[in-house]
Each structure stands twice: as C-alpha cells, then as structure tokens.
Design a protein around this ligand. Structure first.
Ligand code: 2BA
Length: 109
C-alpha cells in the first residue's frame, strides 16, 4: 500500500476532488500554505493499493494545471525601504507536487 501526498493549487482542488470521487479513490484534503509564496494551497492525502498508483498519478496530472504567478520579493534586510522598488518576479507553480510513500500498516478501527 502507498500513501500519496499531493500539494495542489486551490484553483484545482475541487476539480481533483470530483475526479477522485468519480474514480473511486478515497482522499483527505488539508488546507496548507506554501513556504515560498506563503499563500494557500491544498494537500491531498490518498491511501491506495500499489497497483493503482499509476492511475492515480495520471488523474492528478490531468486535473492540475501549472500556472505562472507574479511574486513581489521582500525588501532587502537593513536597506532603505523608501528607495526600494520591488520588481515582481514570475514563478511557475505546479501542476502538482506529489510524494509517494510506502505504508507499513493500514488500519481502520
Ligand atoms: P510554495 O512554497 O509557495 O512555492 C510556490 C512556487 O514558488 C513553487 O512551485 C516554485 O516554482 C517557486 N519556489 C518555491 N521555492 C522557491 C525558492 N526557494 N526559490 C525560487 N522559487 C521557489 P512548485 O514547485 O510547483 O511548488 C508548489 C507548492 O508545492 C509549494 O508552494 C509548496 O507548498 C509545495 N512544495 C513544493 N516542493 C516541495 C517540497 N520539496 N516539500 C514540500 N512541499 C513542497
């Protein structure tokens, strides 16, 4: 058995949820925050059999888009904030960041 943790953009989370329900995968959604952008994203935790992992990864891939986002960098440490003009930089986010973990035991009591 495997545990899949997928960090996805909030914009894709409802679409992915619906696709998982439709295809019979059981998932838990956690509200999460990206460490870099400090904005909200959604983390899915999904337990599934080893042989279904590839199918699940394809569903995640098909339902999560990558997007460019402009980020305003923070002002330089110790610098004069008055003369500092932040130039936004563009970063590409997602589609999805996915971890696949092996599970020793799965219990439901
Ligand atoms: P954030 O940490 O908010 O990162 C958003 C996007 O900013 C990243 O997209 C990446 O394009 C860029 N970025 C992140 N850290 C950077 C850095 N140190 N320098 C320059 N650019 C940087 P993604 O790579 O698609 O990641 C989307 C979200 O997935 C991340 O949101 C984070 O919540 C999660 N994530 C990504 N890699 C992870 C990892 N190794 N461990 C845990 N969570 C991760």
């Amino acid at each position: 058995m495997k545990l899949i943790m997928a960090v996805v953009q909030d914009k894709d989370s409802n679409r992915l949820s619906s696709a998982l329900v439709k295809t019979g995968f059981k998932a838990t959604k956690l509200a999460s925050t990206g460490g870099f952008l400090k904005s909200g994203n959604t983390t899915f935790i999904i337990g599934t059999d080893d042989e279904k992992v590839d199918k699940l990864l394809n569903i995640i891939k098909d339902n999560c888009e990558s997007r460019d986002q402009l980020v305003a960098p923070v002002s330089p440490m110790g610098g004069n904030a008055d003369s500092y003009v932040p130039h936004p930089v563009e970063v590409e986010i997602g589609g999805a960041t996915v971890f696949v973990l092996s599970i020793d035991q799965f219990n439901q009591f």
